[in-house]
Structure formats: C-alpha cells, structure tokens
Design a protein around this ligand. Structure first.
Ligand code: SF4
Length: 172
C-alpha cells in the first residue's frame, strides 16, 4: 500500500517494538475505509483509536490503592494519630510497600470493644473501593500504658470476610 512521506515520518515516532503492529493497524483501517494512500491523518486516526484502547487498559492495571486505618477507641483518648498519619505520608514502616499515588481514604476508631464500628465503616469504605485496612500499631502491640487489642483476630476476620486485605500495624 502507498504511504505519503509525511505518514511514514509520523510512523517513525512509534516505538520500534510496536511499529510493525501499528503499521498493520493503519493499513487495516485504510482497507476498511477503502483508502489507497495512507496519509498522516489516517496514521493519527489509527493512533487515537488503537492507543486509547491500550492506555485505557494501562489505567486499569495501574489502579490506585485505597488504604484506611482503624485504631483503638481507648487509645484515641490520648493519641491524635500523628504517628499513623506520618508513617503513611512518608511511606514508612508498614506503609513502605505503597507507591506515591496510594490514597488514605479513611482513618477511624473502632468504636469501642469489641470493635463495634469496624464492620459498618468498612462496608461504607467499600463504596469508595477500599483495598487494604491497616490495624493501628496500638491495636497490635503490648506497650507500656496499654495492651494489644484482645479482639484483634475477631476484627481481622470480620474485615477479611468483606474481601478487604488486612495489615497489622502502622508506625511500629
Ligand atoms: S476493640 Fe480493641 S481496638 Fe477497639 S477499643 Fe477495644 S481494645 Fe481498643
């Protein structure tokens, strides 16, 4: 099939490893349109059609991870949550694995023993595509002033049953 010089130059901008495939796609579109000479406009049209499909797929693959933190209601009386939030903001300790586009979409207290608010709020957060719930470090560790949550495993089961991943810990 005949190509204009301009169209060939436009094809040079396509990365080498997909150029052959892209060229076939342009020629296919030309045949569909009964065009016997490939112009730069046709190349552009193919790029728009083909690469928008590809980039749509990539967007899906690069889905942003949505994270939330639940913390102990008792401890929240004396802790404003700075350690948890700072660890998330700096991607430290239990947040190290997340990329910069990860979003913290919820930060809530359990509602008191035995975690009465957790199920309801996780359900709400699922409406915002929650992927992972972190149990605050104060729920998971025996510290000087308080002990780890005696209902931790029960809470973990409730959350996991909703299809949300549970991670123990935030900043310790
Ligand atoms: S259920 Fe656990 S995390 Fe919640 S208030 Fe009681 S001890 Fe704290």
């Amino acid at each position: 099939m005949k190509w204009t010089e301009e169209a060939l130059r436009e094809m040079e901008k396509v990365p080498g490893f997909v150029r052959k495939m892209a060229k076939s796609a342009v020629e296919k579109l030309a045949r569909e349109k009964s065009v016997d000479e490939i112009t730069v406009d046709l190349v552009q049209e193919t790029k728009d059609k083909y690469f928008s499909m590809v980039s749509g797929k990539n967007k899906e693959e690069k889905k942003t991870t949505k994270v939330a933190v639940v913390r102990c209601n008792i401890v929240s009386e004396v802790c404003p949550g700075v350690g948890c939030l700072r660890a998330f903001n700096n991607r430290k300790v239990h947040f190290e694995q997340y990329g910069p586009d990860t979003e913290l979409i919820g930060f809530f207290t359990c509602g008191g023993c035995s975690g009465r608010r957790v199920s309801r709020l996780v359900e709400k957060l699922k409406n915002y595509d929650l992927d992972v719930l972190h149990l605050s470090s104060c729920m998971c560790m025996d510290l000087e002033d308080y002990q780890k949550c005696p209902f931790k495993n029960q809470i973990k089961k409730v959350v996991a049953a909703k299809g949300v991943k549970v991670v123990e810990g935030t900043h310790h």
